[in-house]
Structures are given as structure tokens and as C-alpha cells.
Design a protein around this ligand. Structure first.
Ligand SMILES: NC(=[NH2+])NCCC[C@H](N)C(=O)O
Length: 318
């Protein structure tokens, strides 16, 4: 389906569905791409003036992680991530990939693919209730969706960590909204020097100020950054349809406001959104927020921002 709005200078957004929940303890998020495609997401993107095309939806070879041992889980998730990385890398130059999971394990493919497009590692804002920075040796749950950030940073089993493409630079990587982690993954990010804006700090300073700092981190040093949004970062009383809800999350309206600043960033190169569970969203309330996040981030760049607003100054007045 190609959707063309009278989009003026809108970026051309290419949507890739990643219908894989092999990293999660529940298969529900595998159905997110098909549910969102037929829900209000595409209509909201049109209304926001986004020139978007749904390119493809990728499926894994297996559709359950039941009864697989760790080696098999790593190989199956790694195989899917490799396919996804290749698909992202193969999108035409100049388009903005929007990858819709699936669970967060898919990220180990998405951002290697984005790095292959750029020719170097992208900066990355990782919005999440969790740190997703375990390896197969430190995981408590055994779930691969608790590992992708470590893998992208080059840590852990090669099935996930050695997917073709540049390894993330910890100095240009940050996490926003974390409030539930195990000691080993926190220690790993500390050792690597990844900045974690935990939920306490978001509450104390406000999301806008934290987001501004995050932009400074990921935009330093090299051109090109992306954003990976795990929906469990949001307060679950307003966005409950996720696999691993954690109380005390980000206010979704504040997130919409922050994401709108991405429109002013010419170096914003890719968006990923993961962990939506349509089976937990009978009224479509969570899907409504997803559409609002996507439209906020991907809407047309304001004319006045063409070159002058490299720093999104309205966000950075703290
Ligand atoms: N993508 C996610 N929802 N990750 C949750 C991870 C939770 C926990 N730290 C684990 O490793 O199992």
C-alpha cells in the first residue's frame, strides 16, 4: 500500500513490519504490524502529512519460542535480525526507515542495517522501561528481548552481536525512561559509559529537558541518529498493551511533544517502535497513542527548520 499525502517537503518514510516475537515470553507482539497496518496508524500518518509507504512485513521462520534452548533462541532471533538488517540496508538512499516490531530483540538487526546505510554507527536514543542490556550469560529470564542493546554495543553472543554493520558508539547512545533492570545489565552500560536517564531523573527534570540532553549526546561527533521506542516506557495505565508493563512510566502526551522535535532534525535517520500487543488492546486505545507518536516524529519538517534548527532550540532552553 502506498500512501501519498500532499506532503510538500515531508520525508519519504518506508515502513517495514518486523512480525517477530521470538525474543519475548508472549507471541502477541508478532501481530502488531498487521494490526497497526489495518488500524489508524496509516490514516494518522496521512493526516499528519507524512508521505509513507508500507514496504514489506518480515516474518521469522518459527513463530514461538516455547521449548527452545538458549542456543536455539539466539540463532533464531539472530537469523531474523540479520534478515531485517539486510532489508533496512537495502531501502533506497534518502528514505527514512520506520521499523515496526515485534518485540525489542528485532533492534539488534534494525540498527545494524541503519549503520550500513550511513556507513558508520548511528547515534541512538533508546526509550524503554528496561535496559535490554543482558547477554546470554547474565540474563535472568532467558528472554532475548532483554539483550538487544548489549548486542548492538558489541557485547554478548555473536549470533546477536556480530550481525553485519557498525557497532554502536556508547558515547552516542543513551537510554530514557528506565525503571526496571537487573544489576548485571546496569553494570555493563556503566562500564561502557552509556548515559541512562532513569525514570527518576525524567520525573525530576521533565521529559523535555532530558530529551534535549539526549539529542546532544546522540548528535555529537558524527551525522545520523535514530530512536528506538519500546512502548513499555510509557505509563501502563495509559498504554497497557505491552508485554512487560512497569508502573511509573512516561506521560504519553509529553512524549508526543518531545518527539515532534525530531521533525526539525535533518540528521534523524530512522525510527523503530516495538512491543505492542494488539491482543491486549481491544478498544484500540494503545494503538491511538502509537499513531500519535509516529505522526509526531515523522511529520513534515517545518520550513523554518531547514538548516537553522539543527539543535531544535525550543527544546533546549534549560
Ligand atoms: N524488551 C523488553 N520488554 N525487555 C524486558 C526485559 C526484562 C528483563 N530485564 C529480562 O531480561 O527479561
Amino acid at each position: 500500500m502506498t500512501i501519498s499525502a500532499a506532503a510538500g517537503n515531508a520525508p519519504r518514510v518506508h515502513i517495514l513490519g518486523a512480525a517477530c516475537a521470538l525474543g519475548a515470553p508472549h507471541a502477541g507482539s508478532a501481530h502488531a504490524p498487521s494490526a497497526l497496518r489495518s488500524a489508524q496508524l496509516m490514516r494518522s500518518l496521512i493526516a499528519a502529512g507524512v508521505d509513507a509507504q508500507w514496504v514489506d512485513t518480515l516474518h521469522p521462520v518459527a513463530d514461538t519460542n516455547d521449548a527452545f534452548d538458549m542456543r536455539t533462541r539466539l540463532e533464531l532471533n539472530g537469523a531474523f535480525a540479520r534478515t531485517l538488517a539486510k532489508a533496512v540496508a537495502a531501502l533506497p538512499a534518502g528514505v527514512l526507515p520506520f521499523v515496526l516490531g515485534g518485540d525489542h530483540a528485532i533492534a539488534s538487526g534494525t540498527w545494524r542495517g541503519v549503520g550500513r546505510r550511513l556507513g558508520h554507527a548511528p547515534g541512538l536514543i533508546w526509550i524503554d522501561a528496561h535496559l535490554d542490556s543482558h547477554t546470554a550469560l547474565t540474563t535472568h529470564s532467558g528472554n532475548i528481548h532483554g539483550m538487544p542493546l548489549a548486542a548492538l554495543l558489541g557485547e554478548g553472543d555473536p549470533a546477536l552481536a556480530a550481525i553485519a554493520g557498525p557497532t554502536l558508539d556508547p558515547q552516542r547512545t543513551c537510554v530514557i525512561g528506565a525503571r526496571a533492570w537487573e544489576a548485571e545489565e546496569h553494570a555493563l552500560l556503566q562500564r561502557l559509559g552509556v548515559r541512562v536517564f532513569a525514570m527518576d531523573e525524567v520525573r525530576a527534570r521533565g521529559l523535555a529537558a532530558v530529551f534535549c540532553d539526549a539529542l546532544d549526546i546522540v548528535r555529537a561527533g558524527a551525522p545520523g541518529f535514530g530512536l528506538s521506542l519500546d512502548l513499555d516506557a510509557i505509563e501502563p495505565s495509559t498504554l497497557p498493551a505491552v508485554t512487560c508493563p512497569e508502573v511509573g512510566g512516561i506521560d504519553p502526551a509529553a512524549l508526543v511533544a518531545a518527539l515532534r522535535h525530531l521533525r526539525a532534525c535533518e540528521d534523524f535517520v530512522a525510527l523503530e517502535l516495538v512491543e505492542y500487543r494488539p491482543d491486549l488492546d481491544p478498544e484500540g486505545d494503545s494503538a491511538h497513542w502509537i499513531a500519535a507518536f509516529a505522526a509526531a516524529a515523522l511529520g513534515p519538517r517545518p520550513e523554518r527548520c531547514k538548516s537553522a534548527m539543527k539543535r531544535a532550540p525550543s527544546l533546549c532552553q534549560h
